[in-house]
Design a protein around this ligand. Sequence first.
Ligand code: BGC
Length: 747
Amino acid sequence: MNQLIRLLIIALAFVSCQKKSSKSDYIEQRVEEILSKMSLQEKVGQTSLRGTSSRVKGDLSEDLKNAVRNGEIGVFLNVMNPKYVDELQRIAIEESPNGIPLIFARDIIHGYKTIFPIPLGMAASWNAEVAETSARVSAIEAAESGIRWTFSPMLDIARDARWGRIAESPGEDPYLASVLATAFIKGYQGDSLNSENSMIACAKHFLAYGAAEGGRDYNTTIVNEELLRNVYLPPFKAAFDAGAQTVMSSFNDINGVPASGNKFILKKILRDEYNFDGFVVSDWNSVTEMIPHGYAKDDKHAAERAITAGLDMEMTSTSYEDYLLALMDEGKVTEEQLNDFVRNILRVKLRMGLFENPYREKVDASKWYAQSHLEAAKEAAIKSTVLLKNNKTLPLNKNQRIALIGPLADAPVDQLGTWTFDGDGNYSLTPKQAFAENKSKFVFAEGLKYSRDKSSAGFKKAIAAAEKSDVIVFIGGEEAILSGEAHSRADISLPGAQEQLIDALHKTGKPLVLVIMAGRPIALGNIMDKVDAIVMAWHPGTMAGPALYDILNGKAQPEGRLPVTWPKQGAQCPIYYNHPNTGRPASADSFVGINDIPVGAWQSSLGNNSHYLDLGFEPHFPFGYGLNYGEIEYEKTIVSSNKLRRNETIQVSCTLHNKGNYPITETVQLYIQDVVGDIVRPVKELKGFKKIRIAKGESVSAEFTISTKDLEYVDSSMNYVVEDGDFNVWIAPNSADGIKASFELIE
Ligand code: BGC
């Protein structure tokens, strides 16, 4: 090779390497370059997200095409025809003033075509790998339709089972939610943001949306700053650390200020403290909803509030589009504020590689419902299933004749759960289908047509089926529509006549297995004693049938653990394990029930503590709870030292014995309590967990390392502190069990 060519190759390699290593500088330069050429109109256009509710229905209208041509739109939501995706993109690239590509977004919440368990179910897997895979599969399938931005994961801590959106949440615990947040972001965004099957993620809803008063959706939240920082923020922080590119401001007001106009969360926390450099999108119309909130007098004022708070992009309402320039003329907002929004948006578009690779071009539909995706969905459904009760009824044995009953035993659409616009029920495998495919000896009688069905017309057939069988499997719960956005319930028991049917089935004297498919914990008080086993399947998705078949027949072990406390009734909510103690903590020793109070008793508070006279204080099942087939015994918690010095660590361990007949994957949980704090501290906090495989008859030691970082929290001065003093620690199968050990943190 001639010397000159060789030198040229080396020089080119050097330049390309430089380019790679200074990628972010390169992106920043491009951002500034593009920004400098943009008109004000075009800048405003980048902040606008159009939804189907505005102009993308039916064929593409000339108006819409012209809006793209003029650079008036930055992002589309819900354009579901890949042909339109490319056509709109082509207009943006070739005909708009600066050729800035569009992003196409959609709510891909727990799967695109192949549907995974609802997010609360995924949380019940306590399994980052399963969560990451579900998000990866979602991205691969959705990107095929040109969708490169999903409004997921939802990271709202949820402590109230009445709230419909608990179904979409990662549960009640900030540690578990943070682990899942990281996994979801990695899965959606993949190894590289500019890969054509990467979807940028959106951490939502910022902030404290799950603290809605009374579990009523969209409601006011009153959350002090310590609680915001100790409980509601950690999953978001984890998402940003994992590289989440966008965040959605929530519908609710937080301590009186709606999230979309909330400078404290959008500026101070997000930008100043977390150095977030992606962009913030409002929730659907949440900018102009600041008017009914009573925080803005009209659209223009709402735009001013949101701009001042630092909200980059407005979803569906058009107050930026309509008033931003006027506000600038009036000196109420500045061009530099608008420039910052555009910078944040362009930066993400550049990172996504949209300028180089904007089109979908060819849709490979074979990726949808691919065999490997269906297998991953089945695996996730198995791992999410929680066994709540088992009087030696499960697993079923092969020779048993089964009566398969219930409104959700063959409900291909409802088993998919909330937020599944693209999942097709025709691809679902229901439990009934799975029992048939596996040639189980079973008779099917639905008993009730749907979960809210109040008619007893089908009872007779169901009872007759039960009488002819050895065991009854009743699959009921809630239709998909009973949870999710705006679908809160005050009474969270089984709807319709399901309890009556269960009662009638119980009277046949046959062993009765209750399988629940639902978007939330269900109040079981009226039926708990009438069933022999309870399996919580959440809404398990496309592969509900095969997953449940394997679990019920012992081909797979139930590994799921509750990601939320399971209340006895809606009236007990909010209820969560990591609550502070009161001065009069509830306890079994002091509990006085309503029927224990003598008639004419002298009025006194003595003897009573923080509980309900008629409902007690304990939930049905604690956070972290779940049974195995078989039995695991935990010995006491052992600490390697009862003194922990700062910058040192101690080991905490516990020996576990598998006393049953099956190999078990146990979810071993580590809880810590800071006994005395600058502010009152929770009675327990999850600080770690591990999945440990224990063979039949085997004993293993589970070990965790504790460092001072695990003891950190935000105190009353909003500082992250670790305070000297006493700590309790448990290695436990759930948040209510385990044998306590203690140590002291010293200088
Ligand atoms: C929901 C969001 C969702 C958005 C777009 C809103 O109603 O609160 O979670 O991403 O709609 O569909």
